[in-house]
Write a protein that binds this ligand. Structure first.
Ligand SMILES: Cc1ncc(COP(=O)(O)O)c(C=O)c1O
Length: 432
């Protein structure tokens, strides 16, 4: 081409969570069944969407108007419903005008970073959910800036480090939190979110809170949404139905702007995101029509409570099994459906291995020399036991070594057997 056409930030876009699938598919083609613990789609993992939700979707899909475009910001009655529910919870009060729908939260994530001044940075948690960290890095064509979630403190964020980085990097314009967090299952205590909001106020920043798992916080987790503590600081909360209903294929998520009237710069930024959406016409209509019907059904919240109870029980079991390994650090999840196990510093070497068939080894071998130490473990586990995890370092932009697995397997016995197999493999690998 006479002009370079690749965006300078293009090599920052990586999604290891899916990239490992290529390797897993080749292992599967050898005849070895693979347990896909790498992806957070409850439906793909075998969870059944309740019959009554499917009936509602069927009924609404049969309406002619479900085939139409919707208004750019989203259906008026749906945004009004969301604003009403938000306001009933207390905290900041919003209107339907503060809500903007997207084709899934992934689309919202792309938009909030791509419409940001390239010189303005958003600092996010580490381990990082790669859709945020990659999109932020690509937008600024620089390494994503992050603050640590500390595995020695039950995954609490290191607020001193966060403040120190805000001071050193005047280009930081906002702080991202993911609450409940992917990949750790951490739920931010109210004091911690308040402290983050206080930092934002002190340094004149905005706060972005990805709350896609907020209705999947476990009982007793004391989950608080950003709206309850944001005060007069500019903020964006991000929500969606992919994990809740669960309906990831609906591609339906939304953002809520808080305090547009408090900061002209923030207001203009919000406006630019809405204008960009205008160019795309609108987001998916059917799930927006379905949303208030499902969420107002008396069966909805009991259904979520029953699901999160199961995740909490699986989390405790996994914590018990993997926590017995001295070189592994692990904490119970308090929300969402992921857990992260961290290898103690120095536990992994580039000499360790697991037995594999020669054919499976041939698939992982070319990747081993370049692989980080936790990636090596994950590749061996895949080739040896057919379990596909996500390494913490490459999958979640982390300086820790570890792996993420999910709490989605609906068959509890199978779940236990998967976790036990991982635990035995860790022991075998470390002793090799
Ligand atoms: C924290 C977080 N935010 C956003 C998303 C994207 O969700 P959606 O399916 O709405 O694009 C995910 C998906 O895994 C996620 O874990």
């Amino acid at each position: 081409m006479r002009t370079p056409i690749v965006h300078p930030g293009a090599d920052k876009l990586r999604y290891e969570i899916r990239q490992i699938v290529g390797m897993g598919k080749r292992i599967e083609a050898l005849g070895m069944p693979v347990v896909w613990e790498n992806i957070g789609d409850p439906v793909a993992k075998g969870e059944q969407v309740p019959e009554w939700i499917r009936e509602i979707v069927g009924r609404v899909a049969a309406e002619n108007s479900s085939f139409a475009y919707s208004p750019t910001k989203g259906l008026e009655e749906t945004r009004e419903y969301i604003a009403r529910e938000r306001n009933l919870e207390g905290g900041i009060q919003i209107t339907a005008e503060d809500i903007l729908f997207f084709n899934g939260l992934g689309d919202a994530i792309t938009n909030i970073y791509s419409n940001l001044n390239p010189g303005a940075r958003i600092i996010g948690p580490n381990p990082a959910y790669s859709t945020h960290s990659s999109a932020e890095a690509a937008h600024s064509n620089a390494v994503h800036l992050s603050y640590s979630l500390d595995p020695n403190r039950n995954w609490e964020p290191d607020l001193e480090e966060l403040e120190a980085k805000i001071v050193v990097h005047p280009e930081i314009a906002g702080i991202l939190i993911i609450n409940p967090d992917n990949p750790t299952g951490f739920v931010y205590p109210q004091e911690t979110i308040s402290a983050i909001v206080t930092l934002a106020k002190k340094y004149n920043l905005m706060v972005i809170s990805d709350e896609i798992y907020s209705n999947l916080a476990y009982e007793g987790s004391s989950m608080r949404k950003l709206a309850s503590v944001i005060g007069d600081v500019p903020g964006i909360a991000m929500r969606g139905i992919s994990k809740e209903f669960p309906w990831p294929g609906a591609r339906c998520g939304w953002i809520e702007f808080y305090n547009r009237d408090k900061d002209a710069n923030f207001d203009k930024y919000a406006h630019s995101i809405i204008e960009a959406k205008m160019l795309e016409v609108c987001s998916t209509t059917l799930p927006q029509k379905v949303l208030p019907v499902v969420m107002q059904d008396p069966r909805y919240y009991p259904y979520l409570a029953e699901r999160t109870k199961r995740y909490a029980a699986k989390s405790e079991l996994a914590c018990k099994i993997l926590g017995e390994i001295p070189q592994i650090q692990i904490h119970n999840a308090h929300g969402a459906f992921y857990m992260t196990a961290v290898f103690q510093l120095g536990a992994l070497t580039s000499q360790q291995s697991l037995p594999t068939s020669p054919e499976a080894f041939e698939i992982i071998e070319p990747k081993l020399t370049e692989a980080k130490l936790d990636q090596r473990f994950v590749y061996y586990l895949l080739a040896s036991k057919g379990i596909c995890l996500v390494p913490l370092s490459s999958g979640f932009n982390s300086d820790l070594y570890g792996f993420r697995f999910t709490l989605l397997e609906p068959d509890e016995q199978k779940f236990e057997s998967i976790v036990r197999t991982i635990a035995e493999a860790v022991k075998e690998y470390l002793a090799s």
